[in-house]
Design a protein around this ligand. Structure first.
Ligand code: C2E
Ligand code: CA
Ligand code: CA
Length: 467
């Protein structure tokens, strides 16, 4: 099936080339082809991305079902990758990932598939598994290949890896379930130490000690009011004006200092505590918006990140409506940011909820565009006002012509659909100039400001009124 996908993909590309000169609508086709690549392949390593990897698992599960066969999913997590980024910078980190992506295939048998699943996470799909022994031999081979000194920018880094394994049909019946369970097994392997591998066991999905203590801490933090919202400005490129801010949560823990959201939001999403957090954020942002409306006749828009979980909750809309009534925040100054995965999970329900939010006057922004799997054409179905291009595309836009072309395509197509575009993670003037040239509407990033406390924004707002 995968071969079929590539054959069809190849045929489509040839067809597009053949008629390049003849067909007037060719530009649109080229952009769609580029988007196909963005949607299914990791742009850094050229490997299948999570979506294509999942599709491959799906196909092989279907075949295994027919033949009563077995397949295995290996979930690899590279230890110490962050250190490379921290010490040598992102370019060195990127180069290491590309080298690794080139080297790993030599460990793999025929018809196995390698994909990049996350920043430093890779997946391997073994389509025909005859014995457990065979899987373990592959794990040993991978560990031997990765666990050595890697020379990165003239420094040696000893890299290690942990591997989680899920086997069809024992550990899951669907692609998603298998990948999730391989991921859970990987965490277990990681807890044992470096260079371990672990098969999935049902007990693994019950929470580990670490998670339980994290859960308790989050509950305490809510009660002790340890959460705080920071705000990062969004700037309109044409006139350099701050037109909005994104609310970003921080946890001020008396024990551990400031904890960034990446460290607790995923846990909170797993155990349902995200509901409390999202509601607290919504209310705090509405109160802040109300205050800024009082201070300034023309306040600025606040964007709020909403977890995909809220789109499964029928009470979410009621909560938003009540909060807006209670706080008297003007909905026109609110924007909700949702991720592509939230859109895709329950598209029909999500469209309904988004339409209700829009009917209240709230704007909708699609976050982290490019990291998920929606195509722009598909987005037509959703009432989206704005699209935020993920920072991974912006990071090397000045050196990487391909990324520049992708960003241009996203901007051009979005504009043709009446959707505004914001670029995230803008850190340099050079990046800003390219985005200006490409007609991007707004930018957000350290070049202008890191996320700051509300009071800092407030002072700037008051300054704006007085001037
Ligand atoms: P996000 O929505 O993509 O937020 C943007 C992240 O990029 C923020 O990280 C921000 O500090 C960071 N960032 C901003 N400018 C730059 C830049 O120029 N360069 C780089 N390298 N990074 C930049 P943060 O605050 O750690 O948030 C991480 C993620 O946590 C957010 O990603 C969002 O998915 C989630 N999150 C944050 N606050 C909330 C919240 O209130 N509710 C929910 N549900 N999720 C939240
Ligand atoms: Ca966001
Ligand atoms: Ca984002």
């Amino acid at each position: 099936m995968l071969i079929l996908v590539f054959v069809i993909g190849g045929a489509v590309m040839l067809w597009i080339l053949k008629y390049k000169v003849l067909l007037p609508g060719i530009k649109q086709k080229q952009t769609e082809e580029k988007l196909y690549h963005v949607v299914y392949f990791d742009q850094l390593t050229g490997l299948p991305n999570r979506l294509l990897f999942l599709k491959c698992i799906e196909d092989f599960v279907a075949t295994a079902k027919e033949n009563s066969g077995s397949i295995a999913i290996l979930y690899l997590d590279i230890n110490r990758f962050k250190i490379i980024n921290d010490i040598e910078g992102y370019d060195a980190g990127d180069k290491f990932l590309r080298d690794l992506a080139e080297e790993l295939p030599s460990c793999l048998g025929e018809s196995m598939i390698l994909g990049r699943l996350g920043e430093d996470e890779f997946g391997i799909l073994m389509p025909k598994v005859k014995s457990e022994e065979e899987v373990l031999q592959l794990c040993d081979k991978i560990i031997a290949a990765i666990n050595r000194d890697w020379k990165i920018s003239n420094r040696n880094f000893n890299i290690a890896v942990c591997i989680g394994i899920a086997v069809y049909p024992q550990h899951g019946e669907t692609a998603l379930e298998l990948l999730k369970n391989a991921d859970a097994a990987m965490y277990y392997a990681k807890e044992r130490g470096k260079n371990y591998y672990e098969f999935y066991k049902p007990a693994l999905s019950s929470r580990t000690l670490n998670q339980v203590s994290m859960e308790n801490s989050i509950i305490k933090a809510i009660n002790r009011e340890e959460f705080i919202l920071y705000y990062q400005s969004q700037i309109r490129i044409v006139d350099n004006k701050v037109v909005g801010v994104e609310a970003l949560i921080r946890w001020h823990s008396p024990e551990h200092g400031i904890i960034p959201p990446d460290k607790f939001i995923p846990f909170a999403e797993e155990n349902g505590l995200i509901d409390f957090i999202d509601r607290w954020v919504m209310k705090t942002a509405c109160l802040q918006s109300r205050r800024w409306q009082e201070l300034n006749k023309k306040p600025i828009r606040i964007s709020i990140n909403v977890s995909s979980k809220q789109f499964e909750d029928p009470k979410f809309i009621e909560y938003v409506r009540n909060t807006i009534d209670e706080t008297k925040a003007g909905p026109a100054w609110l924007e909700v940011e949702i991720t592509e995965s939230a859109l895709m999970k329950y598209p029909e329900e999500t469209i309904k909820i988004l339409n209700e939010l829009k009917s209240m006057g709230i704007k909708i922004a699609l976050d982290d565009f490019g990291t998920g799997y929606s195509s722009l054409a598909y987005l037509k179905k959703f009432p989206i006002d704005k699209l935020k291009i993920d920072k991974s595309f912006i990071r090397d836009i000045t050196q990487n012509k391909e990324n520049e072309a992708i960003v241009k395509t996203i901007i051009d197509l979005s504009k043709s659909m009446g959707i505004k575009v914001v670029a995230e993670g803008v850190e340099t003037k050079e990046q800003l100039e390219i985005l200006r040239k490409l007609n991007c509407d707004e930018v957000q990033g350290y070049l202008f400001s890191k996320p700051v406390e509300g009071i800092v924004i407030e002072e700037a707002l008051i300054g704006r009124v007085e001037n």
